[in-house]
Design a binder for this molecule. Structure first.
Ligand code: AQP
Length: 337
């Protein structure tokens, strides 16, 4: 019996991966590699919606691969690749966009949010983003996709498009389900715990995976907390609740148990412990990252191998898709002479 196939991507945006990316996503990727056939990719085409500087995007994509491997993604057990190395993704994205209703795409909450943020001046790329995401998933016939709550609507669209395609052209795509494992916790910005920690926000509210230990300690010690001294996860204490969530996810101890441990001890001790745990968590990651970046040939071969493995599946899917929708296959090239 084949192992379930799982797919997930991450955008090489910002200046690195942040604590939330690790706790909410990548640590789960690392854990699912034994029981699943995993495809992990750097979503550089999706990153273009943020209009990055070309040199920065190129550098970030390489660094992101090294960061993923340093965080436990293992290319000998998983297929690790860069989205743009497979032009099949935008090709399938286009074909699926011809099956997507304008109103249907307009209803995506993330698009509506970005419309509000950009005052209606956002790009068409932001509008069609969920369709390319559907192509990423359907290309690999993924059984399951690890997603946060904010991506649930995009997965629904993916399933709808797969069903529509299968109905119109015949059974082609597997309908992906949300990955049944532990849901990733939402980690909040240390300076503004009303919003999530995010690569593109950065600043003192974001702990980068590769931050120096002294920087991590300073950011956590200066995290915005709430009035009072009680270390409790309550609605009126979003800052402390966030730090409790971080400590709980990192140590595996329950929030209730941690509340008991810090009873009557105030915020200082508590913050010092959270900082020490995060520093310890990322120490081996920083070390491994430095080793990987010192060996660019190895990173190149990981990506070449990943693209080759991904291409086998993508070519199989696209040969069938092109045939089913009625695209004329190219004639074989004639030998010269
Ligand atoms: N704060 C967070 N808490 C838990 N999980 C998080 N993720 C991101 N932030 C948190 C998870 O990380 C994965 C990476 O997703 P992405 O790079 O495609 O974009 P994102 O979700 O928008 O992440 P960022 O860091 O906030 O990036 P920017 O600033 O570029 O938008 C996803 O699985 C996500 O859930």
């Amino acid at each position: 019996m084949r192992r379930p196939r799982v797919l997930s991507g991450i955008r090489p945006t910002g200046q690195g991966f942040q604590l939330g990316n690790y706790l909410g996503a990548v640590q789960h990727w690392a854990a699912m590699q034994d029981d699943n056939e995993c495809f992990f990719f750097l979503a550089d085409l999706h990153a273009l919606t943020a209009n990055p500087q070309p040199e920065q995007l190129r550098a970030r994509t390489r660094e992101s691969v090294a960061e993923l491997l340093a965080m436990g993604v293992d290319p000998s057990r998983s297929t690790v690749f860069v989205q743009s190395h497979l032009p099949q993704h935008p090709e399938l994205g286009w074909i699926l966009s011809c099956l997507t209703g304008f109103g249907e795409a307009s209803r995506m909450t993330q698009f509506k949010d970005s419309q509000q943020r950009d005052k209606g001046e956002g790009s068409v790329g932001l509008f069609t983003y969920p369709v390319l995401q559907a192509a990423d998933i359907l290309m690999y016939q993924a059984d399951a996709v690890p997603i946060g709550e904010d991506q649930r609507q995009h997965l629904e669209l993916t399933r709808d498009l797969a069903q529509r395609f299968n109905h119109r052209y015949g059974d082609t795509f597997v309908l992906p389900a949300p990955y049944a494992g532990r849901a990733g916790e939402r980690i909040k910005d240390l300076q503004d715990p009303s919003r999530k920690m995010s690569k593109s926000i950065g600043g003192n509210g974001t702990v980068w995976v590769l931050d120096e230990p002294a920087v991590v300690t300073k950011k956590i010690r200066s995290a915005v907390t709430d009035t009072g001294r009680e270390v409790r996860a309550t609605g009126d204490k979003p800052g402390i609740t966030n730090l409790l969530t971080i400590l709980s996810v990192v140590t595996g101890d329950g929030v209730g148990e941690l509340e008991g441990r810090y009873e009557g001890r105030g915020y200082g001790d508590f913050k010092a412990d959270v900082a020490a745990e995060v520093v310890e968590l990322f120490a081996p990651v920083r070390e491994r990252y430095a080793e990987l970046m010192a060996d660019p040939g190895h990173l190149d071969s990981v990506l070449a191998q990943g693209a080759a493995s991904a291409r086998v599946v993508a070519d199989r899917t696209m040969t069938e898709v092109r045939e089913r929708v009625g695209l004329l296959p190219p004639a074989p090239a004639r030998q010269a002479g």
